[in-house]
Every structure is written in structure tokens, then in C-alpha cells.
Design a protein around this ligand. Structure first.
Ligand code: NAD
Ligand code: UDP
Length: 319
């Protein structure tokens, strides 16, 4: 297939490009580098199966030639209020990527009669009142809350994607991605894994926000990409959760990072640092992915950390 990927210079978009090229597809990458990094795609330059256009998906997209699939991954994604690349500091761009970017990429799919896959997020569940979160849960999101720029843009994007499917018969898919980590994450984007792994490798205490009793479940990037590719090849139109169902508290997460890296500096609790509406618990119910896609994650957290550490060491000049 000839596949258009928006956000191709980002963490997930670049891994998806690599995986799909390895399966014999051709990739056309779009990115405006607002949160992505040229280094993520540098190894693809000169590759006849990868072409790249610097473009903002909030604007009309023209792609020469036929396209068989469109994957919309362009959006700021970090919830850290202090990070310049987090969506708190890119509120309008985030809403435009989710709304106008989804509209434009759906337009490319419709014109080309191509299949379409939207990168949605566990954030559409907001601060969930049920646990674990299954796809039937409609979510607990405040449209006037601080995370709304991201959450509501993604909720709009899902609704628009299904409108194109139901009204225009576009062959769409929606993946709800839960916390994912691995090489090529932005070390400075303020998310829990880059912050804490960087601190551990530098021998510093790990910054645990609040009391560290909030939970997350972390999926290694290769597992996530495998789930997304299975969804792309499937005929499933309703949203599918992809994430690792092994839940841990952020304190357990920090202690594991310290153990695997051999960091002796412990943790520092930072009571005031949790952002407003930081979800207290999050874990995917992956029954649908298991049943429909025959998918489940294979890489446990310690193994995923070991695979991620060399990239962090290189970026920190420790390799
Ligand atoms: P990322 O910031 O590394 O990648 C996003 C890419 O999109 C960047 O390269 C950025 O420059 C590009 N981009 C943003 N706005 C754009 C625009 N208007 N036009 C063109 N390019 C634009 O983030 P990521 O972690 O790779 O996330 C990719 C997608 O997956 C996002 O849609 C995000 O919401 C979703 N997601 C990620 C996670 C996660 O854990 N990483 C979890 C849930 C959902
Ligand atoms: N967190 C933390 N220390 C940090 C960064 C994040 O304790 O240095 C916490 C954050 O408050 C949240 C969890 O880790 O409860 C996961 O945060 P992340 O930014 O990775 O993304 P989220 O899951 O909130 O989208």
C-alpha cells in the first residue's frame, strides 16, 4: 500500500513508518515538526519507500498520486503543563490538529477511496469513574477543563471519523492509545517516563507527583505498533483500546526505574505538581483487541525499559 502518515516525525509516527516499510509498504510522511524531531526520520532519507513533506495538517492536504491508506497521528500529546511541547502550551494547535487535521486527512481518504486510521487516546475517558476502561465507557471529561483542548479535540475527531464512515462510507478505524514508551520519545516533553528515566540515568531523585498512588499502565512501543498494524489490516470500525493492561502506581513505576537503572537516589514526592484533572486510575480493558485482533502485549515493563535505556543514554551523552 501507499500510506500517508501524519505526524511521521513523531515518536509513534516514525516507528509506524519503519514497521510498515519493513512489511513492503510505501510511506508518505507529513509533519510540521511542532513537537516532532527530524532525527526520528533521518535514517529514512534517501529511502525510495519513504517520502516526506513538511506540512501543517490543519491546512488543505494535496498528495500527488493515489493513496491506499491514511493514518492520522499528528497532534501534540504530552500533558505536562510545564513542557513547551505539551498541549497545555499549544492549546489552539492541539485543537486544530484534532479537528481540522482530522477533517483534512479524512478528506484525503475519501477522495482516494483509502482506508483510514485515527490515533485517538485513553484521554477521551477523562478521569474515569469505571475501572478498567472498556470501549463502551463514554468518559468523564469536562469541556471547560484544562485538558479539554486535547480530550475534546480527540473526542470530536472520533465523532468526525465515524461520521465519515457512516455518511460517506469511508473505511475507517479508531485506535485508543494508552500510555506508550520507547526509543525516540522526546526526553524533554515532561511525560512520566522520559522525566523519570532521564533523572535515574543522571543519578538524580525521581520526581513523583502527588503521593504517587495514581496508576497507569505502560505499553512498549513495538507492542503498540503491532496492535495498530493489526487494526489497520482488520475491518473493525468501532474504537479499539490498545495498551498494556498491567497497572502500577507511579511510585511502583519510579521504584522499578530506579532498580533497573541501579539509581540510588530514591524518589522526591512533589505534592503540588500534579496537573488539574490528572486521572487517578487508568488501565485499558483490552478484551476487544484480544478478541478481534488476536493482539496482546508481549514486552513487560522491565524488558521495555532495558530496550529504551540505550536511546536515552545516547541522547544524554552517556553512551
Ligand atoms: P509526538 O509529539 O512525538 O508526535 C506527534 C507528531 O505530530 C509530531 O512529530 C508533531 O510535530 C506532529 N504534528 C503535530 N501537529 C501537527 C500539524 N498540525 N501538522 C503536521 N504535523 C503535526 O507524539 P506521539 O506520542 O508520537 O503521539 C502521536 C499520536 O498518538 C498523537 O495523535 C497522540 O495524541 C497519540 N497518542 C499518543 C500516546 C502516547 O503514549 N505516546 C497516547 C495516546 C495517544
Ligand atoms: N508524573 C510524575 N512525575 C513526573 C511526570 C509525571 O509523577 O515527573 C505523573 C503524572 O502526574 C501522572 C503520571 O505520572 O499522574 C503519568 O503522567 P504522563 O505525563 O506520563 O501522562 P498521562 O498519563 O497523565 O497522560
Amino acid at each position: 500500500m501507499r500510506i500517508l502518515i501524519s505526524g511521521a516525525a513523531g515518536f509513534l509516527g516514525s516507528h509506524l513508518s519503519d514497521r510498515l516499510i519493513s512489511e513492503g509498504h510505501q510511506i508518505i510522511g507529513l509533519d510540521n515538526f511542532i513537537t516532532g524531531n527530524r532525527a526520528n526520520i533521518a535514517h529514512r532519507m534517501g529511502d525510495e519507500n519513504f517520502s516526506f513533506y513538511r506540512h501543517d495538517v490543519s491546512n488543505y492536504i494535496f498528495v500527488p498520486g493515489n493513496v491506499d491508506a491514511v493514518l492520522h497521528f499528528a497532534s501534540p500529546a504530552s500533558p505536562n503543563p510545564k513542557s513547551p511541547s505539551g498541549y497545555f502550551n499549544l492549546p489552539i494547535q492541539t485543537m486544530k490538529a484534532g479537528a481540522l487535521g482530522t477533517h483534512n486527512t479524512l478528506g484525503v481518504a475519501k477522495t482516494n477511496n483509502a482506508r483510514y486510521l485515527l490515533a485517538s487516546t485513553s484521554e477521551i475517558y477523562g478521569d474515569p469513574e469505571i475501572h478498567p476502561q472498556s470501549e463502551s465507557y463514554p468518559g468523564n471529561v469536562d469541556p471547560a477543563g484544562p485538558r479539554a483542548v486535547y480530550d475534546e479535540a480527540k473526542r470530536f475527531a472520533e465523532a468526525l471519523t465515524l461520521a465519515y464512515h457512516r455518511h460517506h462510507n469511508v473505511d475507517t478505524r479508531i485506535v485508543r492509545i494508552f500510555n506508550t514508551y520507547g526509543p525516540r520519545m522526546d526526553l524533554e516533553d515532561g511525560r512520566a517516563l522520559p522525566n523519570l528515566l532521564k533523572q535515574a540515568l543522571l543519578g538524580q531523585p525521581l520526581t513523583v507527583y502527588g503521593d504517587g498512588q495514581q496508576t497507569r499502565s505502560f505499553c512498549y512501543v513495538d507492542d503498540l505498533v503491532d496492535g495498530i498494524v493489526r487494526l489497520l489490516y482488520s475491518d473493525e470500525h468501532m474504537p479499539v483500546n490498545i495498551g498494556n493492561p498491567v497497572e502500577m502506581t507511579i511510585l511502583q513505576f519510579a521504584e522499578t526505574i530506579n532498580r533497573v537503572t541501579g539509581n540510588q537516589a530514591g524518589v522526591t514526592f512533589m505534592a503540588g505538581e500534579r496537573s488539574a484533572r490528572d486521572p487517578q486510575r487508568r488501565r485499558p480493558d483490552i478484551t476487544r483487541a484480544q478478541t478481534i485482533l488476536k493482539w496482546e502485549p508481549k514486552v513487560d515493563f522491565e524488558e521495555g525499559l532495558r530496550r529504551t535505556i540505550p536511546y536515552f543514554k545516547e541522547k544524554l551523552g552517556l553512551a
